[in-house]
Write a protein that binds this ligand. Structure first.
Ligand code: NDP
Length: 332
């Protein structure tokens, strides 16, 4: 028999054309019809959550809404039997937190096909330190490796390096033996980025707009988390045959480039989506992060916040001031 449980959620509603988030009391009867009810212990903060919370209709059409594109917790009801009641799961992407109530609530109800069994040795907090951002960093690195990227080819650049995706990408690439150049707009994060494994930290002006159609081939490969003009400049600086994994748009969704990096140097621009890919692909990357791809430094520097601190933390994302991984702990 289905029981109804009262719970707390951080909900965003429209007020006189503005979007305001606050803690509200809800019931599991308010959640959408779906196969699996999960008691969420932790969620993770992402740029997309900040867009949803600011009323971006490209992310969330209808308000009031509970953001949170990531969630980890325990299955309390399962109409399909798999995942089983009592098991620990994590959910990232698909429609969670976009138009389906997300992990900023203490309960979510989602399709069974969205649930990944918690990797062995992990708890909800560890999973959410990585979250969608970590998964995306892993997918970016995996695409470079699939294209044949090797440490002996030369430096690999990571843009938006102090961000949630960038910081995991820096640590993972360094761990795999790459010589990582972190590109960051935050001067005061240089030591932190070196501690994650970057051999060099350069300012965002390394990707400032240049009139020249091609530049010195400085990097063998790159992970770009910012898009826009900086990505266009990065493409001009990639060595022949190199690749750039592209996942983000904090510097803008437009990409104004010539075809020259592609046809003169054979550069590969690799698109990365962590949201709609098959669950098996997500599970394979999670398994790696729980094993040989573990990023203990990113884990150690993650910050935990409660629902009461969500507002400020999400606004920092929109201003480009966020750094590292932030975990929402529903028990705080
Ligand atoms: P964060 O806000 O944590 O990090 C982004 C970083 O980019 C900032 O910390 C800053 O780093 C840099 N930055 C911010 N604004 C600008 C700007 N105007 N110009 C240049 N650099 C800027 O975001 P995430 O790491 O969580 O996400 C990064 C991007 O990846 C976002 O666009 C997000 O939507 C996208 N994403 C895509 C996914 C996918 O599946 N494709 C999944 C997850 C995220 P610094 O100060 O070090 O330069």
């Amino acid at each position: 028999m289905t029981t109804t449980t009262e719970f707390k959620a951080w909900r965003v509603q429209e007020q006189d054309g503005d979007y305001v988030g606050s803690e509200q009391g809800l019931s599991t009867a308010d959640l959408p019809e779906n196969e699996v009810l999960i008691k969420v212990s932790h969620s993770s903060l992402n740029y997309k959550d900040a867009l949803s919370a600011s009323g971006n209709k490209g992310v969330t059409r209808n308000f009031p809404h509970t953001p949170g594109i990531d969630a980890a917790g325990e299955v309390v009801e399962s109409s399909t039997g798999e995942p089983a009641v009592g098991s620990s799961v994590l959910v990232t992407g698909y429609d969670l937190g976009m138009n389906t109530a997300g992990g900023f609530g203490e309960y979510i109800r989602v399709p069974a096909a969205w649930c990944v069994t918690m990797p062995e040795g992990w708890d909800g907090r560890t999973a959410m330190i990585y979250g969608t951002a970590g998964l995306t960093a892993g997918l970016c690195v995996q695409k470079l490796l699939t294209m044949g990227a090797r440490p002996d080819q030369g430096k690999v650049a990571v843009s938006g390096a102090s961000g949630a995706v960038g910081s995991v990408a820096v640590e993972l690439l360094a761990k795999l033996g790459f010589d990582v150049v972190a590109i960051s707009g935050k001067k005061d994060h240089a030591d932190g980025l070196k501690a994650l494994g970057a051999s060099e930290v350069v300012g965002r002006d390394a990707l400032a707009a240049e009139k020249k159609p091609m530049l010195k081939p400085t990097y063998a490969n790159a992970v770009d988390t910012v898009g826009g003009q900086p990505l266009a400049e990065l493409l001009k600086q990639i060595q022949p045959g190199g690749s750039v994994s592209c996942c983000g748009l904090v510097a803008g969704p437009q990409l104004e480039t010539t075809v020259l990096p592609f046809i003169i140097r054979g550069v590969n621009l690799l698109g990365v989506d962590s949201v709609e890919i098959p669950l098996t692909e997500k599970a394979a990357v999670w398994k790696k992060f729980a094993g040989e791809w573990a990023c203990p430094k990113a884990e150690a520097t993650a910050r935990d916040i409660g629902r009461g601190q969500l507002d400020g933390a999400l606004k920092a994302f929109l201003k480009g001031e966020s750094s590292g991984k932030i975990v929402l702990d529903h028990s705080l």
